[in-house]
Every structure is written in C-alpha cells, then in structure tokens.
Ligand binder design. Structure first.
Ligand SMILES: [Zn+2]
Length: 79
C-alpha cells in the first residue's frame, strides 16, 4: 500500500520534471505576450510553466520588449 503510494508519487515527480524540462514553443509564448491565447486554460498552462522556468521567462521578456518597441513605433508613426 505505502509502496504503491511511493511509486505513484515518484511517477508524479517524474511527470512534473518532464513538464518543466519540455519548454513552451516560442509561438505559444508569443501568443501569451500578445494576449491572443484562445482560453484561460492555455494562459494558466503558460503561467504555470513560467513560474518554474527562467529560460521561458527570458523569452517572454524579450518578446514583450519587442512588442512594446513595435507598439511605440506604431504610436509614433500615428502622431
Ligand atoms: Zn521553459
């Protein structure tokens, strides 16, 4: 009984590690930054990964910077 529980916990840990080490695609991160993800679930999925993944947070920051630069450029062009 307790051995089975341990095995289950071990499997969950492995699955978690797997989820952590499989990075999100840049497409997905891009949609997240642009707020164009199709569902709350998708947003929650991305945010959960960002909590534990410095690499993907970095990509989000870079994409976010790029989007801001583009927005500013468009805003300046509109003036
Ligand atoms: Zn990642």
């Amino acid at each position: 009984m307790s051995a089975a529980n341990n095995n289950l916990q071990r499997e969950e840990r492995l699955l978690m590690l797997h989820a952590i080490h499989r990075h999100l695609s840049e497409e997905l991160l891009d949609e997240y930054v642009r707020r164009t993800l199709p569902s709350e679930d998708a947003i929650a999925f991305v945010e959960e990964h960002l909590l534990v993944c410095e690499r993907c947070r970095q990509i989000v920051r870079e994409t976010d910077d790029l989007v801001t630069v583009l927005r500013n450029a468009f805003a300046a062009a509109a003036c």
